[in-house]
Design a protein around this ligand. Sequence first.
Ligand code: PMP
Ligand code: GLU
Length: 383
Amino acid sequence: MIAKRISQITPSVTLEITAKAKELKKQGVDVVNFASGEPDFGTPDFINEAAIKAIREGFTKYTPATGTPQLKEAVCEKLKKENGLDYAPDQIVVSCGAKHSLYNLFQTICQEGDEILLPSPYWLSYPEMIKLAGAKPVVVKTDMQNFTLELGALKKAITKKTKALILNSPSNPTGAVYSVELLKKISELSLEKKLLIVSDEIYEHLIYDGQKHVSIASLGKDIYDLVFVVNGVSKSHAMTGWRIGYMAGRRDVIKGVSSLQSHSTSNPSSISQAAALAALKEGSACIRVMAAEFEKRRNAMIEELKKIKALKAIKPGGAFYCFVDISRTGMKSVDFTKKMLTQIHVAAIPGKPFGEDDYVRLSFAVNIPEIKKGIQRIKDWLS
Ligand code: PMP
Ligand code: GLU
């Protein structure tokens, strides 16, 4: 009854556990939610106002399927100003979240049997999206000291069938940030082997210790042609529910993505597009405030985690996740997170669907008192 391509995928564990934690909280249970993959801040008011204005002005009809000209123009300006990238509006597609952009992209570039290189630990939706596009995810384990790719391992994984490589810096679930030097080496290898690069830059603004995000597409004209930049406003502007993401890249693929989107979702919500336009045009101050707060929270979480002997955590350079080694507890990740939620009401995501069963992902998209409370609970529980 159910098609094979659907029966071979698993539902999103991140969304499932986050919904469960929110539900428990609603029922009055004192849950500390380290599962959440979204900023806990409200969407800034000026963005909400832009959406309300759009509704009042009747901006409630279909827009062009790939997004309004104004929003695509604003995306081009953003990519130029912040990333040093030159794109024209016909190289942009705005979709219903970066997840949708990625889905569309894999549907468009993958042929049956293509291999897509997936650095592990990976965000759990990538392998499922690749499979849905008929291709094969080929996992390349990163250097587990800093969770970035090793060139040797990457080279070894490339075959005649390799079509593309996924890069996600800063990374979900590890928070790893790729250095410019490493990006240059990856870019040289990709040019030599003619690999496409899917560069998911959704966490670009959540980057700490004075580092600056560099898009691999900005490293030269040749590599620019091979890269698809995926980004959105969900994480940068606390707009996860609005569902606006976008991609930029070469015109032939963008044309294919546009065609696919025109027959599937059509345009993303007109109202959300008006909100995203305000976010991109006037949002840089609010981004800085939220990123500074996330950095404080990261420091607090790492400090607290250090006090737990059974756990090992590397300080993440970006995003809002600590990917914590639990191997010394003797538990595997699903068991660990299940017990932790039922016994001490602390929610987290098991590492298993991210490709690492000896790890769990703790999100610091919660305030510092909650971080302290949650980690103290884990400390008492494990001792
Ligand atoms: N990429 C990564 C690595 C993510 O963590 C997320 C979070 N959901 C997304 C893409 C998609 O974000 P959204 O669809 O909300 O724009
Ligand atoms: N990306 C976030 C996470 O990893 C949100 C949930 C999802 O889209 O998977 O938790």
